[in-house]
Design a protein around this ligand. Sequence first.
Ligand code: HEM
Length: 465
Amino acid sequence: MTDTTTASPAPKSVKDHAQDLGKEHSIWFKLTPFMKGDDPMGTVNRLLKKMNGVVPIKMRDEKIFMLGKVEHFDRIFVKKVDQYEKFFSGLEPIFGKSMITVDGVLWQNVRTPQQKSFHPKVYAEYIPYLQDALDKKEELWAQRAKSGEPFEMVEETWTLACDMISKALFNREFPINAHAVYSAVKAYTSVSNHNELRVKKVHDGLEEVTSDEAAAGAIEAWHTVPDAIMNSKPWDDREKYLLQLFQDLEADPENPTYDHEQAVDEMKQYLWAGTETTALTMAWCIYNLTQHPEALAKLRAETEEILGDRTEPTWDDLLKMTYTRSVIQETMRMYPPAWGLIREATEEDEIDGHKIMPGDKVVACCYAVHHNEDYWSDPSEFRPERFAKERMKKRVKYSYMPFGAGKRACIGGQLAMIENTMALTQLMRRFEPEYVGPSPVPFNITVTLTPKGGLHFKLHERDVA
Ligand code: HEM
């Protein structure tokens, strides 16, 4: 394993795009009228229902279409996938030109070699690495329980997911304080922050300077993470893992796609796309379980039946944990971390009588199909039983989209399920979380669907003797 001190060049000017996400040209900024209040998705859903599944938003220079029917998803992600390109306005500092952002031949060249790191056989090998991260978190939780102090759960699950990814995919202990990285990413991805910063720019010159620096500083900090990981010592003597693959590809003159910058961008992508989404799912699952003690009891009974006294599951154990999986699936139905997937049309099209022109943006609203009564009865109710095997066969195609669809669907969806299953079974076995925040939980929709102000809990050790 090479341990050379490489440093990737910083983006030309971090300050230049420090606030891209909140600028007028950013689609995230354009969507902010929908993001106000405590239930922005409720507003989007009501509009979609009233307007028969398509909400056209006319801007001065472009059109955005919010889409909420299963047929739309089939069209954009499968049937006409090549005429709807990825659109990542404002997110370049987070993702660079990684797989998730690019299209066509470049996307194929970037994704193909990585595919083998996301195969069930390899997932089984990841289990001890995920377990180590989880054991450490369990010890921290024991201290939290002892102190009795409330804490914010998304940050807690984010740091766990980050450690899991770092060990399983990169074979490294995460070398930086993960809480600091979390704060840096949040400082950038919270569009509402950016808007506030931007407004201050107009009304209050002094504060604006500080804010700009804070956003640029956040991005600068984020940019240093992949190199810090690469330059730290391998965790064990494993020969094959994703980071090693990047380094081998980078050293291969026959493969110009993978230069150092590409490897850095791929790592940033995993640390964000693989961490934020998994962490949100885990935190919402814990919230749902505290609100539904009968589901928590069933999950614990399943853990006891399958694991007995053991902590580390085998691959076969994980396959048997069907109720725990249903809890995770139902939680992602209610709170899909990727609430809306954005594409840019490259050719003319027509959707339900609406003319789509090249350059127009479409937002496939996963939250809307997940909460549509035509596809789900009582959609606001938490019912893990919906995901029992026999009922899943009857589900309407594309009515469940937490991992997207078609060839651009999530590469790490199954890994996320494993991480969540391991975390929930182990942590719920030892601890009794107590939710101490507001109910219903207010939402924020930015790039992901997040609980406004976070999810606050206290922890208690269970008496399981
Ligand atoms: C609960 C957890 C997760 C959720 C809800 C989720 C959701 C998604 C969605 C919806 C997409 C498609 C985006 C689009 O079509 O625009 C996607 C793509 C992607 N996800 Fe995930 N994801 C999760 C976990 C992970 C994990 C654990 C990894 C890797 C460690 C990962 C890596 C990726 C990558 C690389 C892509 C881009 C695939 C491509 O464009 O070919 N995700 N994810």
